[in-house]
Write a protein of this length. Sequence first.
Length: 202
Amino acid sequence: MRAMIARWITERKTVVVGRLPFIDRNDYKNAKDIALQCFKETGDAWCEYYAGLLTYGAPGLDSDETEGLKLIKEAASRDVSSAQVFLGNLDFNGANGPKSASDAIAWWTRAANNCNAWAQNALARTYYDGENAKKDLTEAYYWVSLAAHYRFPNSAKGVEVIGEELSENQKKQVIERTEKFVNSSGCGASPSKPVVHDNWSN
């Protein structure tokens, strides 16, 4: 899990949270200090998440998993989709207790509905593979269609592959459902509803 955190942070050259410059490449200490300051001064939920992430564990920093997880859970309760993905991954990997695919799927679903394209793609894989949830091609097609709409890498190929296994009527129903989500969710329409492309790996 800490390796995933390190990779995720490293691959973001610059992240802006609430107008504060958040992180310069590999400067985890400065990132943590700024995130904590941002959260303390503004109460911003994304600052809370990043503070929790860096408190939970990052290269060269002392970790406090209990405090970090507390901050991440609070951010998740405030609909920070990346925090919801993080908690889902903990459950999926059993990194904070027994493995629970059902709990992971519940977190990923919350994140997916909060405009997180990684979570949308993860749900598509889960429902398509049928290893950790009941195989459901229409659900897989729905989530991968959303991920593709929000330009998650390689998801367009998933639309093609899964679509070949559905009838035209099934695809039509899913497309209508997808369009309804896109039109009503507000994802990407304002800074308060960003489309998020997390980079996690199970």
